[in-house]
Ligand binder design. Structure first.
Ligand SMILES: [Zn+2]
Length: 105
């Protein structure tokens, strides 16, 4: 089983690549080197198969961004509306996720 990533973005290709591509066909995808998502990527072959990112310290492929901890303090009358802590948490996680996705538009 090979862990060699399928796609690489142009900045990583220039940084890690063994050659520059004469011709590269880019599409939107996730870079296996820096982990950037929805960027312009191409085949590692176009850069002469750079060393796989596993050997590099720190940011490997598919590494998820760190989760932020958010503390929300709710007034008692809001808390009392929820039958359980779990339902309250689920509701507010949904709310925060909607806020986050709203900023991307
Ligand atoms: Zn990259």
């Amino acid at each position: 089983m090979s862990r060699y990533p399928a796609w690489i973005c142009s900045p990583c290709g220039r940084k890690h690549g063994k050659k520059l591509p004469l011709l590269a066909s880019y599409h939107i995808g996730d870079c296996g080197w820096c982990g950037m998502e929805h960027v312009s990527v191409t085949e590692p072959r176009d850069f002469g198969y750079p060393d796989p990112p596993n050997k590099r310290r720190g940011r490997g492929p598919g590494k998820k961004p760190a989760m932020a901890h958010v503390t929300i303090r709710l007034p008692r009358h809001v808390v009392d509306r929820y039958p359980s802590l779990k339902e309250m948490r689920d509701d507010w996680v949904r709310y925060v996720e909607e806020l986050i996705s709203g900023t991307e538009v």
